[in-house]
Design a protein around this ligand. Structure first.
Ligand code: NAP
Length: 259
């Protein structure tokens, strides 16, 4: 369970994995700030669902790539809900599946601004308060793409998530002396808007079949599969777990070979 009175900030929580994380953290007793960048209606609908279940939540707009907007989001969350003790860096974009051949510097710059700089901005914004209170749980959503899955078309996305993994370990080292844990969850292939993309129903069904074949459990993941792992890492009881990357991928078997 989260520490009593916990306040969680979940970035990119209007949809997909982030929405499931926000809902599960609220069900576990945390007050939750539901961050989004564009889809206010989806964020407000989730807040309404959490409140209907008896939880506390607010929706907060901010582009995580914008440090000033992140600072304002943290200030508003703390003013309305209280000091943030749980940060989940979930906001992320896929960067349109660029490869060496289709490389576009502007798209890759935006990919890094959201997936990497976004994590730096939020951690920098919450760390002073967590340090002062000598308690914190930070969970970054990486991807097994960064560990080296062999699904083509995710080259620069994978590189951005590899940065998230090493930042997780380095931030854990910097913040550990203050009682703050920093871990990452690396999802496998999870059914969300990101993985549906612009695929037709038939193409999507074929993609589900392909990805299911690559997992020992023979199925794609659900946002709730990721949320369950995050709720554990956000709990008070997980206080001796830090600098870890937990793959939640159904046992993916298609890793790039070496050696
Ligand atoms: P999704 O369905 O595309 O949802 C993305 C969420 O992030 C939305 O809530 C979106 O807000 C928000 N967002 C996007 N850019 C943002 C920004 N600049 N600032 C703040 N919020 C922003 O994605 P998902 O599949 O749930 O993925 C969530 C995380 O898991 C990402 O980091 C992704 O890389 C990672 N992941 C996903 C998979 C997978 O198979 N789905 C696998 C591995 C890792 P709006 O609704 O306002 O647009």
């Amino acid at each position: 369970m989260p520490q009593a009175g916990s306040v969680a900030l979940v970035t990119g929580a209007s949809r997909g994995i982030g929405a499931a994380i926000a809902q599960r953290l609220a069900q576990a007793g945390a007050a939750v700030a539901v961050n989004y960048t564009a889809k206010a209606e989806a964020a407000e609908a989730l807040v309404a669902r959490i409140r209907a279940e008896g939880g506390r939540a607010i929706a907060v707009q901010a582009d995580v790539a914008d440090a000033a907007a992140v600072a304002a989001m943290v200030a508003r969350t703390e003013a309305e809900l209280g000091p943030i003790s749980i940060l989940v860096n979930n906001a992320g974009i896929s960067g349109r599946g660029l490869t060496l051949d289709t490389y576009d510097p502007a798209v890759v710059a935006r990919l890094r601004a959201v997936n990497v700089d976004g994590v730096i901005h939020t951690v920098r914004a919450v760390a002073p308060g967590m340090r002062a209170r000598r308690y914190g749980r930070i969970i970054n959503i990486a991807s097994i793409a960064a560990i080296g899955t062999a699904f083509p078309g995710t080259t620069f996305y994978a590189a951005s998530k590899a940065e998230v993994m090493i930042l997780t370990r380095r931030f854990a080292m910097e913040l550990g002396p203050f009682g703050i844990t920093v871990n990452a969850v690396a999802p496998g292939w999870i059914v969300t808007d990101m993985t549906r993309g612009a695929l037709s129903e038939a193409e999507f069904a074929e993609r589900v079949r392909q990805m299911s074949e690559r997992a020992m459990l023979g199925r794609p993941g659900k946002p709730e599969d990721i949320a369950a792992a995050v709720v554990f890492l956000a709990s008070e009881e997980a206080g001796f777990v830090t600098a870890q990357v937990l793959a939640v991928d159904g046992g993916r078997m298609d890793y790039i070979g070496h050696g």
